[in-house]
Design a protein around this ligand. Structure first.
Ligand SMILES: [Zn+2]
Length: 231
């Protein structure tokens, strides 16, 4: 599975079109866990760095879509991790899977089916519920920014010290520019536009996305350009 070292100590693993970020410091932190079946790729990256899976202390989930949480159960079976996600990511046992209606109809995940586990986060899956505004330990302080729109629980992670922003699916890359998340897979596009405009006010150089290659220089200008377009 292809990996990129985005900046020293921050790696991006790409599997099935989805990105998983690994922050390698004294402790290891994952941002998102990819689709089910991502674990071997995560393990081989960790081994290549001369580290071990037990060193993963923290998993931060950018939002509760299956291609970002699917690798979590297999990772949990292997090692003890603390999972951080926005409080809105929690879906009760009686709730529909967290997708816009059109997608939900396509997925048709039955309530009592074991595959439902891959599509929702239920209580017990999240160890630390976030509201936005928290400062987490990685990268000299990683600020949690609530950026609803793509999903109600979407968060971005901002390191002022490293001038780096992890956006999950709050926006997407199309070649040399950024776009808003696709409407069909987003809960509230107007909110997604507002969230992008909020991010454009931050000072950062590097952007790590949920899909596609990172932007390693001048990323703020890319986000500002997107913020100036109509949603
Ligand atoms: Zn998504």
């Amino acid at each position: 599975m292809p990996t990129i070292e985005v900046v020293p100590g921050v790696h991006q693993l790409m599997f099935a079109g989805v990105n998983i970020a690994l922050i390698a410091e004294e402790e290891l932190t994952l941002v998102d866990t990819g689709v089910p079946g991502s674990l071997p790729g995560i393990l081989s990256l960790i081994r290549r760095l001369g580290r071990s899976v037990e060193e993963i202390s923290t998993v931060i989930i950018t939002h509760n879509h299956f291609d970002h949480i699917g690798g979590l159960p297999e990772l949990r079976r292997l090692t003890d991790v603390k999972v951080f996600a926005h409080e809105a990511a929690l879906v009760g046992p009686q709730a529909e899977v967290p997708y816009p209606q059109g997608i939900r109809r396509l997925l048709r995940v039955p309530f009592l089916s074991p595959i439902r586990r891959r599509f929702v986060l239920e209580s017990g899956d999240i160890d630390v519920q976030l509201a936005g505004g928290e400062m987490l330990r990685p990268l000299g302080g990683l600020q949690v920014i609530h950026t609803p729109g793509h999903t109600p629980c979407s968060i971005c992670l901002y390191s002022p010290e490293r001038k780096m922003l992890f956006v999950g699916d709050a926006m997407q890359r199309r070649r040399r520019k950024l776009q808003f998340p696709a409407k069909i897979v987003s809960t509230d596009l107007a909110q997604a536009v507002e969230s992008v405009r909020k991010l454009a006010e931050l000072d950062f150089e590097v952007l790590v996305l949920g899909h596609g290659r990172p932007v390693t220089r001048g990323a703020r200008a890319w986000v500002q350009a997107l913020g100036h377009t109509e949603g």
